[in-house]
Design a protein around this ligand. Structure first.
Ligand SMILES: *Cc1c(COP(=O)(O)O)cnc(C)c1O
Length: 433
């Protein structure tokens, strides 16, 4: 006789997991994505820095489509999100030695792109309810050296956009919106990324619009656009119209020192197709997330991130919640995340470590860092106090967005896993002894 598994026993302790079926696949593609890729493969044109073949390159077509999607005129695609941040900072003339406000809780690239151009990241604490940069802390952190504010919309929340736009206007300090986790979200009817001087995106594999690696900067400003183009293609920019086949499509300008951060035609071919699905996929994730939130509310002890009333369309990059740890037996967020991972068969993780104590953020140990002693002190991440970000690290966990790409039955499994852990938390003590 087959021994029946005990469904009430936690999977991490050898019981049967809540989730048996696979989750929806991410990244995903269809025959149209495939057709674009094959088209590039046999086109004789794999990069924009090659001769014109009589057809508009995919990179340019994607740039136009992505700009139009946002209701702005200009988009410069890049190799990845980090290079998009880099050229955004350089286009805004953020100078060596000046300061850039960066949220204390975000992906390391936000800070390392700043140190990469020789500027100093000033780590700013976050709001407890959205995990995005705190407007009050940002105001306090501004000094006469501040040259940009990097606002990040994190996980499944939007920052207080209006307040940051007002702060930027009042101080004259440009605003960079990093939307690498918020493609397609809207605030009072307008896409995020269009409120700052520039909007920056990553299209790395985990993001909701992806070509494996990829990035983009959008802007309304034609002068910034000109600089952004040259910064990403070794000082070159598109010639414009009336091209003949065989002629180089990029002309050499050299008004500003650029580097090669170009997106390949393969990346652009994927993105041009996948962009068509972004709104529908965001809507699907939002519907499922709303359903999940109401189920989690019934369980209790699980708090979703705050949604500002100005947000009319929310993007879910990771579904993020804060736990009342007492209701989970005061077990650590790491252990609860691992327990959820084994119930659900998908990686559930605490939020990243705040940047004042993050293994990936080591500006002092970079050969790029100037040797002067006061710069070394300025670059020490430990000089920043980030109590709200540190508390979020202890209490919040995140689940990748693909769990939201099925139906109600799928998200019911997530609620069931939380409920099972809450009911059985006393057995987790065994694992910590
Ligand atoms: C992913 C991400 C980046 C970096 O993008 P890459 O494409 O990995 O270089 C920057 N900022 C945020 C908020 C991100 O989530």
């Amino acid at each position: 006789m087959i021994k029946k598994h005990d469904k009430s026993k936690l999977a991490i302790l050898g019981g049967e997991p809540v989730r048996q079926n696979p989750w929806p696949v991410w990244p995903c593609a269809d025959v149209n994505t495939e057709r674009n890729l094959i088209d590039v493969l046999h086109s004789g044109r794999w990069t924009i820095s090659g001769p014109y073949t009589g057809k508009k390159p995919y990179e340019r077509r994607f740039a136009e489509a992505f700009a139009e999607f946002h209701g702005v005129h200009h988009c410069v695609p890049t190799a990845n999100g980090s290079s998009a941040l880099t050229i955004a900072l350089e286009a805004l003339n953020v100078k060596n030695g000046t300061e850039v406000l960066v949220p204390g809780l975000t992906w390391v690239a936000c800070a390392s792109s700043v140190t990469g151009i020789g500027a100093v990241p000033v780590l700013v604490d976050i709001e407890p309810d959205t995990l995005c940069m705190s407007i009050n802390e940002a105001e306090r952190a501004i000094s006469r050296y501040t040259s940009a504010i990097m606002l990040v919309h994190l996980f499944c929340a939007a920052a207080q956009i209006d307040a940051f736009v007002a702060l930027s206007k009042k101080t004259g300090i440009p605003l960079i919106e990093d939307c690498s986790q918020a493609h397609g979200a809207t605030w009072k009817g307008r896409r995020v990324g269009t409120f700052g001087e520039v909007g920056v995106f990553s299209m790395q594999q985990t993001k909701v619009l992806t070509s494996g690696e990829g990035g983009a900067v959008i802007t309304r400003d034609p002068d910034l656009y000109d600089r952004l183009q040259q910064l990403r293609a070794d000082g070159r920019r598109y010639v414009g119209s009336n091209l003949k086949a065989g002629q180089m499509e990029l002309e050499e300008i050299g008004a500003i020192q650029g580097r090669n951060y170009c997106m390949s035609e393969f990346q652009a071919a994927i993105l041009l197709d996948r962009l068509k699905h972004l709104d529908a996929q965001n809507t699907l994730r939002e519907e499922n997330a709303n359903h999940l939130r109401s189920m989690l509310q019934e369980i209790g002890g699980i708090k979703p991130l705050y949604r500002h009333p100005e947000v009319d369309k929310l993007t879910h990059y990771h579904f993020c919640v804060r736990l009342d740890l007492e209701e989970f037996g005061n077990n650590s967020i790491e252990l609860i995340s691992r327990t959820l991972t084994s119930e659900l068969g998908i990686l559930v993780e605490p939020v990243d470590s705040p940047l004042n104590n993050n293994i990936l953020y080591n500006p002092q140990h970079s050969p790029r860092t100037p040797v002067s002693k006061d710069i070394k002190i300025k670059y020490d991440p430990k000089r920043f106090n980030l109590p709200v970000a540190e508390k979020a690290r202890r209490e919040c966990l995140t689940i990748p967005h693909r769990v939201l790409m099925g139906g109600k039955k799928d998200v019911a499994d997530i609620a069931e896993a939380f409920e099972k852990i809450k009911r059985n938390h006393q057995y987790l003590a065994r694992l910590t002894q």
